[in-house]
Design a protein around this ligand. Structure first.
Ligand SMILES: [Fe+2]
Length: 261
């Protein structure tokens, strides 16, 4: 994220947006690397926005509005997320978007690549901007979106109450349009003003209610489980695996038991 500034520094841009959730904090952290929910959970919000855009009269030259560039990738098919890849590191850390991500295809901001090339040389500039991780989880409670300079802080207030802070950063020495896009992303996706955040909130709160019932003891996170899975090793896998969730719970169990479990 810091490398994306032509002068190698960031400035916090304003106060964070704060968003209360009546659910356990782990649901929010798991969700950061859950790639099978967007096209389903966000169909009525992002899906509707995409349909409206598709029905609008336009030519091939009509530019896609920045808001549409941000929201449309949420409706990408499963194959997109599978191919995007996921990386897990020991101790619950990991990130989605190894090969590409929902942030890969944003329009270029005039002057930005030029200033990056001037600062780092063309090859290094391309390398920096080619890293398009989706969500990077620093377990237990931080998530960073490098390509759009955002940090989310998940703050547990009770077993069923979690405050989320969404911070954004300005890339020093880069065009203002970048921080404008970052702020738009924060308002549209990760804030009380979000079009899609309420979809997730509704599901967290229903899941919390479900967990209060005693009908079923287990929560299933076995998607793409492999026999002999070793969470002490870094791995890069199919982007729809739930290995990263298993990784988080493995770390949590060890942290809470001093390694006894
Ligand atoms: Fe979501």
């Amino acid at each position: 994220m810091v490398d994306r500034s032509p002068v190698g520094s960031l400035t916090v841009a304003g106060a964070p947006l704060r968003y209360m959730h009546r659910c356990n904090w782990k649901m929010l952290v798991e969700n950061q690397t859950d790639t099978c929910h967007p096209m389903v959970a966000h169909e009525s919000s992002a899906g509707t926005a995409v349909k409206i855009w598709e029905s609008m009269e336009k030519t091939e030259d009509t530019p896609k509005p920045p808001a549409m560039e941000i929201i449309a990738p949420f409706m990408s098919p499963y194959e997109f997320f599978e191919n995007m890849g996921i990386r897990t590191w020991p101790n619950g850390h990991g990130h989605t978007g190894v090969h590409h991500s929902i942030h890969s295809d944003y329009s270029a901001i005039p002057g930005y690549f030029e200033s990056m090339t001037e600062a780092y040389g063309e090859d290094r500039a391309k390398e920096i901007l080619g890293e398009n991780r989706h969500n990077t989880v620093y377990f237990p409670n931080i998530m960073i979106k490098g390509p759009i300079q955002q940090l989310r802080n998940f703050i547990p207030l009770a077993e069923d109450k979690t405050l989320v802070e969404s911070w954004i950063f300005r890339l020093d020495g880069a065009p203002d349009q970048l921080v404008a896009r970052t702020a738009m992303y924060n308002r549209m996706i990760n804030a009380p003003t979000s079009m899609v955040g309420h979809d997730d909130l509704e599901m967290y709160e229903r899941a919390q209610e479900g967990l209060m019932a005693d009908g079923l003891e287990w929560v299933n996170i076995q998607r793409l489980y492999e026999e002999g899975e070793d969470l002490t090793q870094e791995a890069v896998l199919n982007g729809t695996t739930e290995r990263q969730m298993r990784n988080q719970f493995d770390a949590w169990k060890r942290f809470m038991t001093g390694g006894a479990a």
